[in-house]
Design a protein around this ligand. Structure first.
Ligand code: B1M
Length: 233
């Protein structure tokens, strides 16, 4: 809670001021304040997507830069992540509430050795909002977990997330296992995470790299159209 907390009356602030406060509170890891700000912005008819991107994601970018520069450390970043999740929990059902008809199934998980899940959760939320059924495997998934989920749910899409340069190569291991099992061409493989890029996705033979959650949704829809067209042909 900031020093001048008593003076803060959200109802009297402009949307821009609340967004700025949200970024500060995210930085400080104040989950309750984030929740109040999300509710206030929703009451001003700001869309859940805009609150997510202009408030929470923008705030997390600042946290990320200061973590990189050694200004913030793991415990503080964990607090920020917790606050971010508190805000996302309110937005999740609203993003999924678009009434979009189900257009496909996606299994998504963060790869082995990697515990970052905020971006992956965001992608899951946006995909649900766009009408996909999402099976979230959580973090630290090895090949067997991915293959088991593919067997169980027969998804159209496999999504993998990695935030570390040391864990991103594991995506290649999973794709190789799909090939070895003879099922690589039955599933659309989308990958994402801050250290990845298009060249890496191409190199590991994923179908596409998704820069962010919005791109993941667009890309997933595009591949589903192609899949349906092939099925009709
Ligand atoms: Co970590 N961490 N972290 N961390 N952390 C990074 C990734 C880092 C870049 C920070 C830095 O140095 N600047 C750095 C990696 C450096 C590198 O590999 N080159 C780093 C490090 C080093 C570490 C540790 C090793 C630190 C330590 O212990 N010394 C450790 C590793 C633990 C492990 O995984 N084994 C660690 C730990 C942590 C916390 C636990 C403290 C926490 C994670 C909490 C959590 O996720 N529950 C944390 C956080 C929060 C970060 C930063 C600050 C923020 C990540 C984030 O949530 N971003 C991050 C710095 C950064 O990325 N700028 C950092 C917000 C999120 C919305 O964006 O995840 O990129 P992002 O997701 C985007 C897109 O990438 C894309 O869409 C998302 C939404 O738009 N996307 C996908 C992601 N996954 C996708 C999957 C898809 C499609 C799109 O599938 C289809």
């Amino acid at each position: 809670m900031s020093d001048n907390e008593e003076e803060i009356v959200l109802e009297e602030m402009s949307i821009e001021e609340i967004l700025e406060l949200m970024m500060e509170d995210l930085y400080d890891g104040y989950a309750e304040e984030i929740e109040a700000e999300v509710h206030e912005l929703l009451s001003r008819d700001m869309t859940p997507y805009d609150i997510l991107t202009k408030g929470l994601v923008a705030g997390m970018d600042i946290v990320g830069a200061d973590f990189r520069d050694g200004i913030l450390f793991v415990p503080e970043v964990l607090m920020a992540a917790k606050a971010m999740k508190a805000g996302m929990a309110i937005l999740r059902p609203l993003l999924a509430e678009t009434g979009a008809e189900q257009i496909g199934t996606m299994v998504i998980g963060t790869v082995k050795g990697d515990i970052h899940d905020i971006g992956k959760n965001l992608v899951g939320m946006m995909m649900e909002g766009a009408g996909f059924q999402v099976i979230d495997l959580g973090i630290n998934n090895d090949v067997d977990k991915y293959l088991g989920a593919i067997d169980e749910y027969n998804p159209d899409i496999l999504g993998m997330s990695a935030l570390l340069t040391t864990t991103m190569p594991y995506m290649r291991v999973v794709i190789k296992a799909l090939k070895d099992k003879g099922i690589r061409n039955d599933i659309i493989v989308l990958v994402g995470g801050a250290p990845l890029n298009e060249a890496f996705a191409e190199d590991i033979e994923a179908d596409a790299y998704c820069r962010d959650a919005a791109v993941a949704v667009e890309t997933a829809k595009k591949f589903m159209q192609i899949k349906r067209a092939k099925a009709r042909a």
